[in-house]
Every structure is written in C-alpha cells, then in structure tokens.
Design a protein around this ligand. Structure first.
Ligand SMILES: [Zn+2]
Length: 391
C-alpha cells in the first residue's frame, strides 16, 4: 500500500497520522532486518554462481591484456573484486566463451586464450583462487574460480581437445552456444551451421557425453535445444546442470527450461542455475527482483529446492532487472526469498550446497569409471553390443 493510500485510509477511518508513521517504520525496520538476515546467511553460505562472462569483457575491452585493468574496480562491467565481495560471492564459474563464427576456424585457439586469461586473473590476484575439485571449492576462503567452456564448438569435434581442456582446469562445458555443433543442437536458430532434423545428439555427441562423464566434467545444457537436453539426460551417468537458464513457465523464452525437462532434471538430481538477465526473467521488460524471485519459486515447486542455484550471466547479458544490476546485488535477491519464506536449508542449497553436491557426484562418477578407456562408448541403440572408438 502506498503512503497516500494509507493517508486516505487514515482520514476515512479516523486513524491518527502517528499510526501511519509507526506502520511505515515497522515496514522499513522489517525490511532492514531481512537484509541483515540475508547478509548473515550469505556470510555462512557464500554464493557459488554458475555463469559469468567477465573473461569475454576482458577480451572485448583490453584484448586480454590484464595489466591494463585493475580487477578490484572496473567501470562499464558488472563484475569486479570489490563488488564480488559486497555480493558475498565465494565461488564463480567463469566462462571461456568464443563466438560461434569461430566454429571450424580458430575456436580452439581462442578458447585456449580465454582459459589463459581466466587462469591468469585467478592466480595474479590474491583475492581469487583457481579450483578444480569440489573439495577445493568447498574449503576455499577466497573467491574460488572455476573454468567452464561455453559452446561445444570449442572442441572442434575432438575428444582429445576436450581431454586437454580438462587438463587445463576446465570443469564444465555447455554442449552448444547459439550455434549447432556437428553433434548437438542449439536452442537458437541464429546460425545455419549444421542444420538438423531429428538428430539432436549424434553418436559422436553421445561419445562427448560419455567422455565428460569419464573425465568428471559437468555437462551444461544451457543453450542446448530441449531435444538435445532430453537426449543427454537419458544417457548421462552423472547429474547435469543448466548453468544459466530460467523457468519457461514464467517467461516463455527458448533459453529457459520447460516444466517437462525440470521434472526429468529432478530425477537426474541435476541443477538449474537461474539466469537473471531481463530477457529471460521478464520476457521483454526490464523486470524487478520480484519477477526474478518468481522463477525461483516456480522451479522449487517443480523440482524441490535441491535442484536450484544461481547463474546470473553478468557481463554476458547486458540488461538486468531493477535492483539486480551487478554482482554486488545478490543479497537483495536472497532477501526477497527470505521474505517469501524460503528456509535456511533451502537457501543454503540454493547459494552453494546444491552445486557442491552436483560437482561431487560428477567426480564420483569419474571415480567409478576410472577403469574405462578414453573415447569408448556403448551405443544404447541396435548396436547395443558394439563399442565405438572416437578419438
Ligand atoms: Zn550464455
């Protein structure tokens, strides 16, 4: 209710103006307490965010020349160390992303350069720590950095390249970006590369999934078509993630996850890390914290709170809801969820424990497959007994 409406109410029902003042004070005090409770919670459970494109901005702004930037404070971007700290971020997955136009050209070299810049920024600044295991992520007291690849075009259809990326510290890969690869389908129709019908995950695509399971690399289905996501969810031995996607039922964008897939994801014990970009949260408008929170509520209703995280997409997308403009603003979102009666256990999961669990389970599958040879998979179709070699 607005103050003017309250004032009118006061007049009409002979409520003394001091009552209105006390009433407003109560609202403000409860909001302040909620902020404190959100901050307290985030101190106890520092956020692990699933997707950030600062490395892309470093290429765009300075061609990856780190010495020209002070990562403590950078203007024109949404991410820097000071704001990560204000936002109580304890872990950040940084994307090594290269344009789809590099597919079949220099995507591998460009991806190496993006991995290089993430590795350098996470080792040159003492506030950061590069981590490659769930245990190191769990115990880090700094801002832990994880490296992900955004778009399977980065491996140039080579499992050897995938394995070498793992050696460099990459611990998750989105199978596609906005372009199809020769072996998986994108949710976007932006590019005409490798147009396909009824061919959402080829035999080689299945081999990529099997190899990621074997290596202990998280499979990221953000940007993949729903058919590709379904095909992967059928065969992956490990839980998968959508590192930066929201709820299709709340905002009907192809990048978001429909309820049908959310239910399969729940079975898989995987994770949707909600994207905060206005285009996926508010479908056209700028949106606010409340509409962003609706995505969390919806996903919780379908999957339970154990399958939700946050993958804000800062510095990848440009438009964000009012109050959620950069990495310092996460506490305002958590405050809204506290206000919506999310329990401490649910928020602890959302903030970091769900991601740590998935990462651990991915590592467990890797350990179970320790005897498996690279690049071998068993087809589940009519060639069921035939193993195929892909190198
Ligand atoms: Zn993206």
């Amino acid at each position: 209710m607005l103050p003017l409406q309250l004032a009118k109410l006061g007049k009409l029902q002979c409520i003394h103006p001091s009552f209105i003042f006390v009433f407003m004070l109560c609202i403000m005090t409860s909001r302040t307490q909620l902020t404190e409770s959100a901050l307290k919670l985030m101190t106890k459970y520092p956020l692990i965010d699933g997707h950030n494109d600062l490395a892309l901005q470093l290429r765009i702004l300075q061609n990856n020349r780190l010495r020209l930037v002070d990562l403590h404070s950078i203007s024109n971007v949404a991410t820097d160390i000071n704001r990560l700290r204000a936002g109580h971020v304890g872990g950040q997955v940084f994307a090594a992303y290269v344009m789809c136009t590099a597919q079949d050209k220099d995507a591998v070299r460009l991806t190496l350069e993006q991995i290089d810049v993430i590795r350098r920024m996470c080792s040159e600044y003492p506030e950061f720590e590069l981590v490659t295991s769930a245990e190191a992520l769990r115990t880090s007291e700094k801002i832990a950095c994880l490296i992900s690849i955004e778009g399977g075009h980065a491996i140039d259809s080579s499992l050897a390249a995938l394995r070498m990326f793992y050696q460099l510290g990459v611990r998750s890969m989105a199978l596609t970006h906005t372009c199809n690869t020769p072996w998986a389908e994108s949710s976007s129709k932006l590019y005409q590369f490798y147009s396909r019908e009824n061919n959402s995950l080829t035999d080689f695509g299945e081999a990529v999934v099997a190899e990621m399971n074997r290596l202990g690399m998280m499979i990221d289905l953000s940007h993949s078509s729903w058919d590709t996501a379904k095909a992967v969810l059928e065969i992956s031995r490990a839980p998968v993630i959508f590192s930066h996607s929201s709820a299709f039922a709340v905002c009907g964008h192809e990048r978001n996850v429909p309820d049908e897939l959310l239910r399969v994801l729940k079975e898989n014990k995987g994770l949707v890390m909600v994207n905060l970009h206005s285009g996926f949260v508010a479908c056209g408008g700028k949106g606010n914290i409340s509409i962003a929170a609706d995505h969390f509520d919806h996903i919780k209703n379908v999957t339970g709170a154990e399958s939700i995280g946050i993958g804000a997409d800062f510095d990848g997308a440009s438009k964000f809801p009012y109050g959620l403009e950069d990495v310092s603003k996460y506490p305002a979102l958590i405050q809204e969820l506290v206000h919506r009666n999310w329990t401490e256990e649910e928020l602890a999961g959302l903030l970091r424990l769900n991601f740590l669990r998935v990462f651990q389970q991915v590592e467990q599958v890797r350990d179970e497959l320790v005897e498996a040879l690279p690049g071998k998979k068993r087809s589940r179709s009519w060639r069921q007994q035939m193993s195929v070699d892909w190198f």
